[in-house]
Design a protein around this ligand. Structure first.
Ligand SMILES: [Zn+2]
Length: 364
C-alpha cells in the first residue's frame, strides 16, 4: 500500500511523456578496496554494487550482526554502479539497494570478515602486459587488446591508459574494477575517440592501480591505423588518375603485383557492388568505406570475390586476389576512390587515391 500512495503523489499518473523510473536491478556486489577477495570485505571496505537502473539509489543495506539491516550512504552513483563503505556491525549476506520507491537485492553474497582476515595491502606490481595484435586497424577484424597480470594484496581497480608514442599523450583511459591479483586479465580498446577512428601511429598500453603510478612494457606496444594498404605483397605503381585512355581518362590508380597476390579491404564497410565487366573492370568490387562517405572500387580481380553484395567487410579482410580479368594487359589492381554519395551514385573519382595509397604503403 505504501508504494501505491507514493505513485499517486507523483506526476506519472497524468500520462504524457513522463515514464516511471525503472526498477533497479542488482547483478553483483564486489569489494573494491581493503578486500579479502572479490566477495569478501570487512568494516570500512569500499564495495561496488553493479546492475542497472541504479541512478536513484541512495542507500546500501547490509545484514546486521544480531539481525535486521544496517545502512550505508551511497558514495558514487551511476546507472550501473553504486559504491559504499561497509558499516561497522555489518554481517555476511546479500546487500540490498533502495531508491525512493523500490529496492533490489544482490543475487550474490558478500562475506563480511574481521579486519584480521584481510591481508594487508601489498604494493601493486605489474608482472606482465602484452598487446595483441601488434598491428590493428579501424573497423578491423580484431580490436587492440592488452593481456596483463599483477601482484597485489587485494583485488584492485586497475586503470588502463592508451598512450600515443613517442609523444606520451594519453588518448584514452578507463578502469577495470576489482581485478584479482595473480590472474591474467584482458582489456580491449575500441580504437575510437569521440566517434572517430583514433589517429594513425604507434601506441602502448599502460597499466596501474586506479590512483597509483602506471607501468608499461615493450610488449605492450602496438600500432593502429585507419586504413590498410590493399595489396598484400610486392608491388609497384602504374598509371595514376588522369592517364589517357581511348575515349576517356583513367579514373583510378594501378598497382602492379603478381596475379594471386592477396587483396584486402583498405577500409571495411559494406560491399556495395560486385559485378563483372568483360570490356573493362573484369571482376570488381565496390566497398562503401565505414565512416568515410567514400567508396573504393577494386578491379581486375582474378576471380569473382567471395564477398556478396550487402555483406559487411572489415578493414584488412581478404576481398580476393590480384588478377588480369577484363581489359588489362598485366596482373594488377586498379583501385578508385569516389567521394560521397559514392561510385556512380553522384560522387566523383578522386585524384587523391594515389597519395592515399602511398601514405598507407608506409606501414604496409
Ligand atoms: Zn587502371
Amino acid at each position: 500500500m505504501a508504494s501505491l500512495s507514493v505513485w499517486a503523489g507523483v506526476a506519472f499518473a497524468g500520462g504524457g511523456g513522463v515514464t516511471p523510473p525503472k526498477t533497479p536491478k542488482v547483478t553483483d556486489v564486489v569489494c573494491i578496496s581493503t578486500c579479502g577477495g572479490v566477495h569478501k570485505a570487512t568494516a570500512d571496505s569500499k564495495i561496488q554494487v553493479r546492475g542497472r537502473h541504479l541512478s536513484g539509489v541512495s542507500k546500501v543495506l547490509f545484514n546486521a550482526n544480531g539481525g535486521g539491516r544496517t545502512a550505508a550512504d551511497a558514495i558514487a552513483v551511476t546507472s550501473r554502479s553504486v559504491k559504499a563503505r561497509v558499516p561497522g556491525g555489518a554481517a555476511t549476506g546479500k546487500p540490498k539497494v533502495t531508491d525512493s520507491y523500490r529496492s533490489a537485492t544482490s543475487p550474490k553474497v558478500l562475506k563480511i570478515v574481521g579486519p584480521g582476515q584481510i591481508q594487508s595491502s601489498g604494493n601493486f606490481k605489474l608482472r606482465d602486459a602484452s598487446a595483441k595484435p601488434r598491428r590493428s586497424y579501424y573497423y578491423g577484424k580484431k580490436k587492440p587488446r592488452v593481456t596483463y597480470m599483477f601482484t597485489n594484496g587485494e583485488p584492485t581497480d586497475v586503470r588502463i591508459d592508451v598512450v600515443k608514442r613517442p609523444a606520451g599523450t594519453v588518448v584514452d583511459s578507463w578502469v577495470e574494477h576489482a581485478q584479482a591479483p595473480n590472474t591474467s586479465h584482458t582489456a580491449r580498446w575500441s580504437g575510437v575517440r569521440r566517434g572517430k577512428p583514433a589517429s594513425n601511429g604507434h601506441y602502448k598500453f599502460r597499466v596501474g592501480p586506479q590512483s597509483g603510478s602506471m607501468e608499461s612494457t615493450t610488449q605492450a606496444r602496438f600500432s593502429y591505423h585507419r586504413f590498410e594498404f590493399p595489396v598484400r605483397g610486392r608491388h609497384s605503381y602504374g598509371d595514376g588518375v588522369g592517364a589517357p585512355r581511348s575515349g576517356h581518362i583513367h579514373e583510378g590508380q594501378d598497382v602492379l603485383a603478381r596475379c594471386g597476390t592477396p587483396l584486402v579491404a583498405a577500409r571495411g564497410g559494406r560491399v556495395q557492388w560486385r559485378a563483372y565487366q568483360a570490356s573493362g573492370a573484369g571482376y570488381y568490387l565496390v566497398i562503401d568505406g565505414k565512416k568515410t562517405g567514400h567508396d573504393w572500387m577494386y578491379a581486375h580481380l582474378k576471380r569473382r570475390s567471395h564477398l556478396r553484395q550487402g555483406q559487411r567487410v572489415r578493414t584488412g579482410q581478404r576481398i580476393g586476389v590480384v588478377g588480369q580479368t577484363g581489359d588489362a594487359t598485366a596482373c594488377h589492381l586498379h583501385i578508385e576512390e569516389w567521394s560521397a554519395p559514392g561510385w556512380y551514385q553522384g560522387g566523383h573519382f578522386l585524384k587523391a587515391i594515389t597519395k592515399h595509397l602511398r601514405h598507407w604503403d608506409r606501414w604496409s
